[in-house]
Design a protein around this ligand. Structure first.
Ligand SMILES: [Zn+2]
Length: 269
């Protein structure tokens, strides 16, 4: 996925500088920097907000600086809106510490951490508290490993109970399921891994409310019938989950704020 772009029809402006822009130069207008890209095939000016938030202006050959400056000014509110939107969608995954009272989510509910000195399972849910063994909590990396393992185990158990009803509803064979770190996705479906293929779900997904985990599961199951995200894919998914678009929006919003295992580094307290 690239940046977002705007373009402008050719027009005459009343700037001051008539010298042409040079490919690779930086144009500064009203405090904003634009990397200039000159193309002989171009007639219009175009703007792109790159993924890193930098701005590129694509211009035709012999485009006068004043025309580019006028275009930059005219595009100001467009640029601001795009940068604002980018900010709203920027990942904001929290950093956690394993201290008493810190909260972790499971299936949409918040659980405060309770450190205990009793041995037994290193992580467990007991009467509304997430109980962590003290000896584990003092070693953040070990604690993270144990907590992620707990999400994987609990999540897998939960997902296994949902897979069959969803598969029946969507009329697809029930695939195998694993819960692990799926990188920057929430789920994947691989054909041919096992009899009916394999769905992998990110462990972090199980922090979400159950209707969103269901969405992730159904999303992957729909790929058993249709690869990619074309109109026929969404039609299939909408039959199973009529409000799938709003769930997707909710997932995009909550998903960028899920804890992905980042912990306070040693010395930060
Ligand atoms: Zn998909």
């Amino acid at each position: 996925m690239g940046g977002v772009s705007a373009s402008d029809p050719p027009s005459s402006d009343n700037g001051s500088d008539r010298s042409p822009l040079v490919d690779g130069q930086t144009l500064v207008t009203d405090g904003r920097e634009f990397a200039v890209s000159v193309s002989a095939r171009r007639k219009r000016l175009g703007l792109t907000v790159e993924r890193d938030g930098s701005l590129t202006m694509r211009v035709p050959q012999d485009c006068e600086i004043r025309r580019a400056e006028a275009f930059a000014r005219k595009s100001r509110s467009w640029i601001e809106a795009k940068l604002r939107l980018r900010e709203q969608h920027r990942p904001a995954h929290p950093v956690r510490a394993f201290r008493e009272g810190e909260t972790f989510r499971y299936l949409g509910r918040e659980y405060r951490l309770l450190l205990v000195d009793e041995g037994g399972a290193p992580v467990r849910l007991v009467s509304g508290r997430l109980v962590l063994d003290k000896a584990v909590a003092v070693e953040p990396r070990l604690a993270r490993r144990e907590l992620v393992a707990w999400y994987r185990k609990s999540g897998l158990r939960w997902a296994q109970g949902r897979l069959q009803p969803w598969a029946a509803r969507m009329e697809v064979p029930e695939p195998a399921v694993t819960v692990r770190d799926v990188g920057n996705r929430w789920g994947t479906y691989r054909q041919g891994e096992g009899e009916n293929g394999r769905v992998a779900l990110h462990w972090a997904v199980f922090q979400l409310p159950s209707h969103l985990v269901d969405y992730v599961i159904a999303h992957e199951l729909a790929h058993i019938k249709i690869a990619g995200h074309g109109p026929d894919y969404w039609m299939l998914l909408r039959r199973a989950i009529p409000d799938c678009e709003s769930r997707k929006e909710e997932l995009d919003d909550l998903g960028r704020r899920l804890w992905l295992g980042k912990i306070v580094s040693a010395g930060d307290g």
